[in-house]
Ligand binder design. Structure first.
Ligand SMILES: CC(C)[C@H](C(=O)O)[C@@H](O)C(=O)O
Ligand code: SF4
Length: 763
């Protein structure tokens, strides 16, 4: 066998079936579920009379919508979550996990937290597994050498029903970080630097393996921060080869294999690293010595520069689209070219998110603020642990006291101000030093200004009131030295031990069910015919609206406030909301944005000149909103992977056309307000007089087949039931250490008292 990469190996070990067209059906080992992207999926299951095929492979928690205020007085969701639509989403998840019997960490459970923190913490995430979640930052789990990626809601339903996913093979890309990180440089600086170098579309169509000594030296938590942001580099997934550090991190976690099964697992995990001589489609080499503390200045994570730099000047940029993008970003961010980063003052600090809310991050930030006080000019500094268990651990170490003494606000676990689906948001024009992963327009609140950085840098900015070079910071480095790059094994272990201790007055949350785990019976309906679920897509003739912009993210396509729905429809008014509307006297007033102006207000095609349309979040609300508006096809030079996939699942056709062809052939037609004809069966785009403008656009045969015939993926997959059962039988033998999964968790029920001194919820 020829040498293979880590990605090749994990991919190949999960193939259930390969279609003649080259599309694969992969088995999914671990499926994490949260309240935002699951309601429509469970609804779909209910409507079709289907069940969750592998409950042991499924684990749910709430994170995005929940308030982070103290839960000390929590009695029920109705009183605690005051935002009606947020409450509905959380309650809907609770109903669904109850109805379908899915293991769930609710708000009174100390194991609740951000879904990407919870999976690894519980040992649910394991090397060599396939991990999915209706969330783009599922890439986080790749730090364990798993193939982990975000999916849309249609795929969530597909996985719930079939425990498989339809995939094509991505390209292999390796990013090697040569040499050792300089003192005080964190994994956040590293990944921001990488994205600054390769760009937010740099990893499109690829799975990135991060390699090199600097990566090997990182702790598991730091590795998670790196893979977390692989999605910000446009990649399908990020992966790091599992090693002894990985095995040690997993050992003893509640859902990790035990005893002989653990030994069997480790033996397999050791076979996973990329073979000597394996080839990568793309290789990038970065020198550690080039990486210094890094922050972002614009509205895309690729707008990253060293803290020692100044705000860049659009006048220095030749490319027209890049230049106007930069002007727009600087205007939005309220920044003047040439300003020193260290002269930029901030209004708020956010320490949290699935990138940087783990115990190491909190220790590092606490060491920076220890004995100091938040600047008076900083209105609010929020510290939000990634999970209830991390919060407990931090409190055990006294970190909460350090933060509180410094004037920082110590909160309960959740996504919080990372995207502000809960009440934690920035006011318009407020500037935030944030440890999160996205600085998109409106991300932390309408017209908010986000700068991404490490926990140390955000904490220091909170103290001095402006960005600052952490290397000049005077503090007791013994508190953080190891945290910055290597991780403090002893503290790490202590933290892990602490997590294993049952909470007082609560049932032993880590107690394992003895005995064998019964084989999960096949519940799928084998006889189901391939039903046509969508209207077939054949030929479309419609007005094309021109959009001259690169990196249009899904936060811009449909902002967070519209994600709180539990339906797929009614999203048209939220489409490009921040661009289509401005507020006057509390009312929405239409701007002159292209889709508000005739004839484009009736557009059926969106013609985008810039790269990377639909990058960022996995929200399927983006294609839903476009469709609701009347858009049926989008033409762009390139797309964000998850958006591209989500579009097909909804009968919305994304077409990749080189930028020169768009600009020379299609753009003039769109600008003239004339229609384009998209002929999917012939893969052609024609002009208003029937002239062929694009002779043969690319579309994968399987996707075309589904679209042209309006086929529903789930029914198609259920026809492969025999293959799925066969795979499961092999898996029970070969990967026996994966059996059991979330079924090993005992739910806290009824009158048991939880950590917060309140009754645990029935679910
Ligand atoms: C809500 C969810 C779909 C989204 C994602 O996919 O990333 C969110 O977590 C985000 O960070 O924007
Ligand atoms: S990126 Fe932010 S909103 Fe998305 S899962 Fe992570 S913490 Fe939650």
């Amino acid at each position: 066998m020829s040498p293979r990469t880590l990605y090749d190996k994990v991919f190949e070990d999960h193939i259930v079936h390969r279609d003649e067209s080259g599309s694969y059906l992969l088995f999914i080992d671990r499926h994490l579920v949260h309240e935002v992207t699951s309601p429509q999926a469970f609804e779909g299951l209910k409507n079709a009379g289907r069940t969750v095929r592998r409950k042991d492979c499924t684990l749910a928690t709430v994170d995005h919508n929940i308030p982070t205020e103290s839960r000390a007085n929590f009695t029920n969701l109705d009183d605690f979550i005051t935002q009606k639509d947020s409450r509905l989403q959380v309650k809907t998840l609770e109903e669904n996990v109850r109805d379908f019997g899915v293991t769930y960490f609710g708000m009174t459970d100390s194991r609740q937290g951000i879904v990407h923190v919870v999976g690894p913490e519980q040992g649910f995430t394991l090397p060599g597994t396939t991990v999915v979640c209706g969330d783009s930052h599922t890439s986080t789990h790749g730090a364990f050498g798993s193939l982990a990626f975000g999916i849309g809601t249609s795929e969530v339903e597909h996985v719930l029903a079939t425990q498989t996913i339809i995939q094509t093979k991505s390209k292999n890309m390796r990013i090697t970080i040569e040499g050792d990180l300089l003192p005080g440089i964190t994994s956040k600086d590293l990944i921001l630097h990488v994205i600054g170098v390769i760009g937010t579309a740099g990893g499109t169509g690829s799975v990135i393996e991060f390699a090199g000594r600097a990566i090997a030296n990182l702790s598991m938590e730091a590795r998670m921060s790196i893979c977390n942001m692989a999605i910000e580099a446009g990649a399908r997934a990020g992966m790091i080869a599992p090693d002894q550090k990985t095995f040690d991190y997993i050992a003893g976690r509640p859902l990790a294999p035990k005893g002989a099964e653990f030994a069997k697992a480790v033996a397999y995990w050791k076979t996973l690293p990329t073979d000597e001589g394996a080839t990568f489609d793309e290789e990038v080499v970065i020198k550690s010595s080039d990486i210094i503390p890094t922050i972002t200045w614009g509205t895309s994570p690729q707008d990253a520069l060293p803290i020692t730099a100044r705000v860049p000047n659009p006048a220095d940029v030749g490319d027209k689209i890049k230049k106007s993008g930069m002007e727009r970003a600087l205007h939005y961010m309220g920044l003047i070219p040439g300003t020193k980063f260290t002269d930029i003052s901030i209004d708020k600090v956010f320490i949290g998110s699935c990138t940087n809310s783990r115990i190491e991050d909190l220790r590092a930030a606490a060491a920076v603020v220890k004995g100091k006080k938040k600047a008076d000019t900083v209105k609010h500094a929020l510290v939000v642990p990634g999970s209830g268990l991390i919060k407990l651990q931090a409190e055990k170490e006294g970190l909460d006291k350090i933060f509180i003494a410094a004037g920082f606000d110590w909160r309960e676990a959740g996504c919080s101000m990372c995207l502000g689906m809960n009440p934690d948001i920035l006011d318009p024009q407020e500037r935030c030093a944030s440890t999160s992963n996205r600085n998109f327009e409106g991300r932390q609140g309408a017209n908010s200004r986000t700068h991404l950085m490490s926990p140390q840098m955000a904490a220091a900015a909170g103290i001095v009131g402006h960005f600052t070079d952490i290397r000049d910071w005077e503090y007791d480095t013994s508190d953080v030295a190891a945290i910055a790059v290597g991780g403090d094994e002893e503290l790490e272990r202590a933290a892990m031990e602490a997590e294993k201790v049952p909470l007082e007055g609560e049932i032993d949350i880590n107690e394992q069910e003895g005995g064998e785990v019964a084989a999960t019976p096949a519940t799928a309906d084998v006889s189901a015919p391939a039903v046509a679920g969508l209207a077939p897509f054949l030929t479309l003739t419609g007005i094309a609206a021109p959009l001259d912009k690169a990196n249009i993210d899904t936060d811009a396509i449909i902002p967070k406030q519209f994600l709180k729905t539990i339906k797929r429809t009614g999203l048209s008014s939220g489409l490009f909301y921040e661009w289509r509307f401005t507020q006057k006297d509390g009312k929405d007033v239409a701007t002159d944005f292209v889709l508000n102006v005739a004839p484009y207000n009736k557009a059926e095609v969106l013609l985008v000149t810039g790269d990377n349309f639909g990058c960022g979040s996995s929200r399927e609300h983006a294609p839903w909103a476009l469709q609701d508006f009347g858009i049926k096809s989008i033409i762009a030079p390139s797309f964000g992977d998850i958006f591209y996939n989500n579009s097909f699942k909804n009968g919305l056709l994304p077409i990749r056309i080189p930028q020169e062809v768009i600009l020379s052939k299609l753009y003039p037609v769109a600008q003239a307000g004339k229609p384009l004809t998209i002929d999917l069966p012939n893969q052609q785009i024609r002009g208003p007089d029937g002239e062929v403008l694009v002779d043969n656009f690319d579309v994968e045969p399987f996707r075309k087949h589904c679209l042209v015939n309006g086929l529903d993926d789930i029914s198609l997959t259920l026809q492969k039931e025999e293959h799925i059962q066969k795979y499961e039988a092999t898996r029970r033998e070969k990967f026996s250490f994966l059996e059991g999964g979330s079924d090993l968790i005992k739910p806290i029920r009824g009158t048991k008292r939880s950590l917060y001194g309140v009754k645990a919820q029935e679910w």
